[in-house]
Design a protein around this ligand. Structure first.
Ligand code: SF4
Length: 462
């Protein structure tokens, strides 16, 4: 039975602060950002990902920061000012979506920094949309109850598509096929998630159908697997490891030099944040509290949704299984950076590195911004982790636009990874490239990324 979307977009009231505004989502990760923007459109917002970063981003970011900020803040600032300086832009009709956080990391300073710079530049009317779980995402008005679950599904879907891309691209026989499959799949998921479906169950079924089409596109990419190609795990600061502009396309470079990359998901950070929230509630004596109950319910639904979506790719991601629970990662980190004391991405990266080593990767890169404590602490800890884990090569790559001799460093690192592969104690489960049921044998010589029929009505914006 065909299910139709609800009639028209979910409108936010004219009196709502976001009514009539264009909401820009800074482009952290290609694919996930567009999907996230599409999900916001289903709530009735006029949302879009910022255009890809470029030279103008760099110039504006450098001009409007003083050097104390972290690199992701500079790139984000450049991208936002680039939007505002477009001729005819009315700052009063512009909003920027900014996730935010608390703690020692400078992430919590992004919003005050942006407000201050926008005011100095005469863009004081710009809205910064920084929805918070603690306030029930009230920024979205009547659609606030829909945000949390749809946003989570959008992030899981974006992660899955990136995983498909990174698993396929190094082995494609025709350059560009995997990128084309990724682009078509992102567009397909966007068309699915920008529609306000009548309830969570229908949205899930539609999203699963969209991801099945994505799976088919990737399965139809002709590939020639090479078991000699080293598999490199990528950890690091979430923005720099995922933002290809910031990391100077490090993943593509690694691929060009003969590697395959297993990138850490965006959702890993959400799982860590959930675990830390529960740890803090216990510390505050709120083991039995309304907040703990809300956290438990949210975690339950997130796990359910993630399982429902990941299950579609079980055969495709054999050998690339994610940890059952973030607790597994934090346990690995415990002897080096205990989660209760060190906190943050450095803890996750330490634990994840060990997890990846045990899954049989041949080397690990930590992609982090220069001057960020996460990368710096990680760099101090990795030699210990490497020593305790068969001397697996772990290398920090810092991002700040001044990286020189990147190709030389990658070449040396991959040589170490190839040497390690011959003696590593943890064998890798070789990947499976299932043939599409209706597509027959997977082989070279056919064109990839076919347009696969789907039909969603487009929503209009607020
Ligand atoms: S982790 Fe580092 S780079 Fe990322 S937002 Fe925090 S301070 Fe900045």
């Amino acid at each position: 039975m065909r299910t139709s979307p609800v009639k028209g977009p979910r409108q936010i009231p004219a009196s709502h602060p976001l009514a009539g505004k264009k909401v820009w989502i800074p482009r952290m990760s290609d694919g996930s950002t567009q999907i996230f923007a599409a999900m916001l459109r289903s709530l009735g917002l006029d949302a879009e990902a910022t255009p890809p970063s470029d030279e103008r981003t760099r110039a504006l970011g450098a001009r409007h920061t003083c050097g104390d900020e972290c690199y992701p803040a500079r790139v984000t600032m450049g991208d936002c000012v680039k939007i505002l300086e477009q001729p005819g832009t009315d700052p009063g009709k512009v909003a920027f979506f900014m996730a935010t956080g608390q703690g020692p990391c400078r992430f919590g300073q992004y919003v005050p920094l942006m407000k201050s710079v926008f005011a100095t530049l005469g863009y004081a009317g710009v809205t910064i949309l920084a929805p918070a779980c603690e306030t029930g995402y009230s920024d979205f008005g009547p659609a606030s109850h829909l945000f949390a679950r749809s946003a989570w599904r959008a992030l899981v879907a974006g992660d899955l598509l990136l995983k498909c891309l990174l698993k396929t691209r190094p082995y494609e026989t025709t350059p560009g096929d995997a990128d084309a499959a990724h682009e078509a799949s992102v567009a397909d998921v966007c068309r699915c998630l920008e529609v306000p479906w009548p309830n969570d169950g229908v949205q899930m079924r539609k999203l699963q159908a969209s991801l099945r089409r994505a799976r088919r596109r990737f399965r139809m990419v002709p590939v020639r697997f090479d078991p000699e190609r080293p598999l490199i795990g990528a950890v690091g600061e979430i923005y720099c490891r995922l933002n290809t502009y910031s990391n100077q396309e490090l993943v593509r470079l690694l691929e060009r030099y003969g590697a395959e990359v297993w990138m850490s998901d965006i959702t890993e950070w959400i799982w860590y944040a959930n675990a830390d929230e529960r740890r803090m509630l216990k510390l505050k004596g709120k083991r039995i509290s309304g907040q703990m109950l809300r956290s438990t319910i949210r975690t339950h639904f997130q796990r359910q949704d993630e399982e429902d979506l990941r299950a579609l790719f079980a055969a495709d991601f054999r050998g690339y299984e994610e940890p059952e629970d973030i607790g597994e990662v934090l346990e690995f980190a415990e002897p080096y950076l205990p989660a209760g004391g060190a906190l943050g991405e450095m803890t996750v990266n330490a634990g994840r590195s060990i997890y990846l080593a045990k899954k049989g990767v041949d080397g690990i890169v930590d992609i982090s911004p220069f001057t960020c404590m996460n990368g710096i602490v990680g760099e101090a800890i990795y030699p210990l982790i490497s020593k305790d884990h068969a001397e697996i090569p772990i290398r920090n790559f810092y991002c700040d636009e001044t990286q020189s001799d990147l190709e030389r460093d990658i070449g040396i690192f991959l040589e170490l990874a190839r040497n390690y592969r011959r003696r590593k104690p943890w064998p890798r489960t070789l990947p499976h490239f299932p043939a599409e049921e209706s597509g027959g044998e997977r082989a070279s010589g056919t064109s990839a990324a076919p347009e696969i029929a789907e039909c969603y009505p487009r929503t209009s914006s607020v």
